[in-house]
Design a protein around this ligand. Structure first.
Ligand SMILES: C[S@@+](CC[C@H](N)C(=O)[O-])C[C@H]1O[C@@H](n2cnc3c(N)ncnc32)[C@H](O)[C@@H]1O
Length: 234
């Protein structure tokens, strides 16, 4: 595996220029990247994003990925989470499947099928099931909307993505499946939690060590999906 340039993008998602002309926010972001032990570790260990360590930690604790499991990665680029899932579902000779989708392109990864697709496209759930060869065991979303810098707006945008991802998960998960999504602390996540509690046996918040402590980011993990029944056929 070869490491690429890391999984996060500078504020406003503009590429950081090599020379001068950086905004103060870009300079702060770059300095944080350079001093971040997870960024260095991802480069060393061949993960495409520091976010890979969040998922490794969550899976070490909650055992989301079973050998042979089927996983959907919503907002997969640059691919750190997909790498982790592909490694874990193929343990013990498992013939698992990982399908990633993103609005952006993503370089190919072993064990991962990728399609450039908006997960909100109404055809996306059926397309994903087709690619997986059936319902999913895990739907995960590390999606982030472009930051505006306005706290309340950014919060609403990310919660909107998480709610739409939960809707997507209900359409593609098999009974017993799990849903993992990035949310932000700050109030509106409670509506999502209440919804998930109706459809999943267990719902919890998780804040992995690799998630920056000064960030409001956390993950909601819902396990034991009660709906579905899509087992087998796409
Ligand atoms: C933080 S990155 C994901 C990083 C990834 N988990 C990793 O470890 O490499 C979030 C991704 O979500 C994608 N995204 C945002 N909205 C999306 C949508 N509606 N459909 C598909 N992808 C989306 C973005 O393009 C971006 O690549």
């Amino acid at each position: 595996m070869s490491a690429d340039k890391g999984g996060s993008r500078a504020p406003g998602r503009q590429r950081v220029r090599k020379g001068g002309n950086r905004t103060p926010a870009q300079r702060a972001w770059l300095e944080r990247q350079l001093n971040d032990p997870y960024v260095a570790r991802a480069k060393r260990e061949g993960y495409r994003s520091r976010a890979a360590y969040k998922l490794l930690e969550i899976d070490d604790k909650f055992r989301l990925f079973k050998p042979g499991g089927r996983v959907v990665d919503l907002g997969a680029a640059p691919g750190g989470w997909s790498q982790v899932a592909a490694q874990r579902v193929s343990r013990a000779g498992g013939k698992g499947r990982v399908v990633g989708i993103d609005l952006l392109d993503m370089d190919a990864l072993p064990g991962v099928d990728f399609e450039k697709l908006d997960f909100m496209d109404e055809r996306a759930p059926e397309r994903l099931k087709e690619m997986l060869g059936g319902g999913a065991d895990v739907v995960m979303s590390d999606m982030a909307a472009n930051a505006t810098g306005h706290k309340k707006t950014d919060h609403l945008k990310i919660m909107g993505l998480a709610e739409a991802a939960a809707e997507f998960a209900r359409a593609v998960l098999q009974p017993g499946g799990a849903f993992l999504a990035k949310v932000l602390q700050g109030g509106t996540e409670n509506a999502l939690l209440a919804d998930l509690k109706r459809d999943f046996a267990q719902v919890r918040h998780v804040k992995p060590a690799a998630s920056r402590s000064d960030s409001a980011e956390l993950y909601v993990l819902a396990t034991g999906f009660r709906g579905g029944g899509t087992d087998g056929d796409p």
